[in-house]
Design a protein around this ligand. Structure first.
Ligand SMILES: [Ca+2]
Length: 295
């Protein structure tokens, strides 16, 4: 038992150490490389290795927070309990009595699915086990890594100067907002804004969206990028520059509004804001709705 737990802990540590290397927008599944050992790489259509007990074998895969366990059996249709490792359990329906002229199947498979609840301390290793209802003992089991994936939408970036940043001879300020390349490609927006020189009153802020600035991506919490935005006000001789700030797409931060205030470098008196809205959706790919499927 001690050795089993040690191996399991080692496998869990290996997987958790590898979590940061998982690319975004991939399907995840892990194959055991030895008893109790779990490792990357990622396979979008995995072929799992069964763990067997007499007359019984178990395949288990995960995709985001959805775990799928397939139990293959020989003999009479199995009355089984699947324990998912988070306290949840699923039990098969009792075996169906034979119909006249149709024998009870002596082999088959049953598919179970479970969705792990958000906020369970992801990522983690779920020990999926098949338990005998008669004895309460584990018949077969295996570990799967649960790493949630999310769809994160950053809606359009809205931009506004907070004050007039040019001389009193000019009524317009000329802005360049830059999203430097990173996970997303480089993009620039050139915006002339009337900010009212010469004592003309302009009510600021006056937010306007930057065209084609919305972004949607699928990511894990570990792989989620911070998207930088910097800006300058363009002048023939000396422009006003602002250091980059970041919109954090980490899904753990949840759906929310973000407002970033930029102050001109070197303490000069020019200020702008950008703001946006973030929406986060937990993905449950491959989830079959309704009761347990069997075949
Ligand atoms: Ca200017």
């Amino acid at each position: 038992m001690v050795r089993t737990l040690a191996r399991r802990a080692a496998g869990a540590a290996a997987l958790l150490a590898a979590v940061g290397l998982v690319p975004a927008a991939s399907a995840f599944a892990w194959r055991p490389t030895g008893p109790g050992t779990v490792a990357l790489p990622v396979d979008p259509d995995p072929v799992t290795t069964s763990v067997t007990a007499p007359g019984l074998s178990l395949d288990a895969v995960s995709n985001s927070v959805v775990a799928t366990a397939t139990v293959h059996y020989t003999g009479l249709a199995a009355d089984l309990i699947v324990a998912w490792g988070d306290g949840a359990r699923t039990r098969t329906s009792p075996p169906i009595a034979s119909l006249p002229g149709r024998p009870v199947p002596t082999a088959g498979s049953v598919v179970f699915q479970h969705v792990f609840a958000e906020g369970f301390g992801f990522p983690f290793i779920a020990h999926v086990s098949i338990i005998s209802p008669a004895t309460g003992r584990e018949l077969v089991g295996r570990d799967v890594g649960i790493i949630p994936r999310y769809r994160v939408t950053q809606h359009a970036i809205e931009f506004s100067p907070l004050n007039h940043c040019d001389s009193i001879a000019e009524a317009y300020t000329e802005w360049v907002i830059v999203r430097p390349s990173g996970v997303l490609p480089n993009k620039e927006w050139h915006v002339d804004r009337y900010t009212g020189a010469g004592g003309v009153e302009v009510v600021l802020p006056d937010f306007k969206p930057l065209p084609d600035s919305a972004v949607t991506l699928e990511t894990t919490a570990a792989a989620a990028p911070k998207v930088g935005y910097r800006a300058y006000e363009s002048d023939p001789l000396v422009s006003e520059f602002f250091d980059p700030q970041f919109v954090d797409l980490n899904p753990r931060l949840g759906s929310r509004s973000v407002t970033l205030t930029y102050n001109e470098k070197h303490g000069a008196d020019c200020h702008i804001q950008i703001r946006t809205r973030l929406d986060v959706q937990l993905l449950t790919p491959g989830l079959i709705s309704g009761p347990v499927a069997s075949q």
